[in-house]
Write a new protein. Structure first.
Length: 251
């Protein structure tokens, strides 16, 4: 299991060398706010909202003293804006009262703040403070179960299981790459199995279409052509390789 998990890790590193947090931010507070807003919302939509939000509320004290109606209107496009406004105002107040207005850099302190659970805390630690953490979002949990790394549904149990397979120093980048893979190839309902670079190591191969041409149409994201090349479904000229069969693609 460890050998297979680490092969998958290395393949993901080759497939997504530039994987990163897809939320835009310049400092720990901005990342914290953006991550809270990303609940039940796409990163793209959050990134459309945050420039005006960050300009209007540059400090924790600004969120603590925000006019609720104004704040709600700014974040309305992210959904659940009333609850999120509560979290942001509470976050600002807690940071001012407990941490001199600064976002703390430990898991224990972060999860005590309004609007921040373990997943959000690990996003902040890994991307704002370079502290390794596993971000167990929907994509991450779904994929590691497909790979047989764990059967757990509980995020804390998933963290523990994956942490026993993968070196700690790799946790943050692994999280990014698994999430990238879930968004681009290993979709929930119809994964692009026939175009997946992990086909040889995935025990769930065949859950989605294995025909290369069909699977290729399911690949998403700006890296699509390079991912198809990596899976052997594109030549260097970008054209489909007619010699590739479903069996050859899976190895």
């Amino acid at each position: 299991m460890v050998r297979r998990a680490r092969r998958i890790m290395r393949t993901l590193a080759a497939a997504y060398p530039d994987a990163h947090c897809e939320l835009n931010f310049d400092d720990p507070l901005q990342l914290t706010v953006a991550t809270i807003l990303s609940a039940q919302c796409t990163d793209k939509r959050v990134n459309e909202v945050t420039p005006k939000l960050f300009a209007r509320y540059p400090t924790a004290a600004d969120y603590a003293g925000a006019d609720r109606a104004e704040l709600e209107e700014l974040i309305r496009p992210t959904g659940f804006y009333r609850n999120k406004a509560n979290s942001l105002m509470g976050l600002g107040a807690a940071l001012v009262e407990r941490h001199d207005g600064r976002v703390p850099s430990t898991l224990e302190e972060l999860v005590r703040l309004p609007g921040i659970g373990r997943k959000t805390a690990n996003v902040i630690l890994g991307n704002a403070f370079d502290v390794p953490g596993l971000t167990v979002d929907t994509h991450f949990g779904r994929l590691v179960r497909r790979w047989g790394w764990t059967e757990a549904e509980d995020p804390v149990k998933i963290e523990k299981a994956v942490g026993e397979l993968i070196p700690r120093k790799e946790w943050t980048m692994l999280s990014h790459r698994v999430i990238f893979h879930g968004r681009r190839i290993c979709h929930a309902r119809r994964p692009a199995c026939g175009a997946c670079p992990l086909a040889r190591d995935c025990p769930s191969y065949g859950h989605g279409p294995t025909d290369p041409a069909t699977a290729a149409e399911l690949v998403r994201g700006p890296e699509a052509e390079r991912l198809l090349e990596l899976a052997g479904l594109r030549g260097t000229d970008g054209e489909a390789d007619p010699s590739v069969t479903p069996e050859a693609s899976a190895g």
